[in-house]
Design a protein. Structure first.
Ligand code: 5GP
Length: 192
């Protein structure tokens, strides 16, 4: 399940709550060249690497998808998908629209969810409140929202994050409903 949406919309909080409630789900840990924010842990929030190392890994085809976002590289390592598959777990990818479109090309069975803020103004407030971005970075993140918004109809579902518990409930319902689609049930059904 791919979850995208603008920076500051609360994707991280929603994914964390979702994982606590749905035991079959794991979250993919991305690799990035951006600096860790205060409190972020290497190997848990991201794998933090240098640009050189990231580009070496691109050459070695180590990413399912990768993209440049706000001047930094971000990518989903193949190893994250393989680990989840081996354990028989479903995987949540919290990635931008460029990455989501690459996943859509590769995995027809993916489920794509876009998280929207209640309004543009609310998004600006949330980015400012987080206090981790400088004014230039806040501006970049708002501009990027305009770009990402253009891809909204490529997604299967849109969830407006006006209240965290409600938004989590909606994503959970999407996950549950998708698990009941005939092609997914028949794959593991032992009736034959
Ligand atoms: P942040 O720096 O705020 O953690 O993330 C910035 C943006 O990069 C967010 O939109 C986030 O979803 C996206 N992102 C995080 N990991 C990946 C990844 O592995 N691939 C892609 N394409 N985007 C990612």
């Amino acid at each position: 399940m791919v979850i995208s949406g603008p920076s500051g919309v609360g994707k991280g909080t929603l994914c964390k709550a979702l994982l606590e409630e749905v035991k079959d789900l794991s979250i993919s840990v991305s690799m990035t060249t951006r600096e860790p924010r205060k409190g972020e842990v290497d190997g848990k929030d991201y794998f933090f690497v240098s640009r050189e190392e990231f580009l070496e890994r691109v050459k070695r085809n180590e990413f399912v998808e990768w993209a440049q976002v706000y001047g930094h590289y971000y990518g989903t390592p193949w190893s994250e998908l393989k680990n989840a598959l081996e354990k028989g777990r479903d995987l949540v990818l919290e990635i931008d629209t460029q990455g989501a479109m690459q996943i859509k090309e590769k995995f027809k069975e993916g489920v794509f969810v876009f998280i929207l803020p209640p309004s543009r103004e609310e998004l600006r407030k949330r980015i400012l409140k987080r206090g981790t971005e400088n004014p230039d970075s806040v501006k970049k993140r708002l501009e990027n929202f305009q770009e990402e918004f253009k891809y909204i109809f490529e997604y299967d579902y849109v969830v407006v994050n006006d209240s965290i518990p409600d938004a989590v409930e909606k994503i959970k319902s999407i996950y549950m409903a998708e698990k009941c689609r005939p092609h997914r049930i028949i794959k593991s059904w032992k009736g034959e």
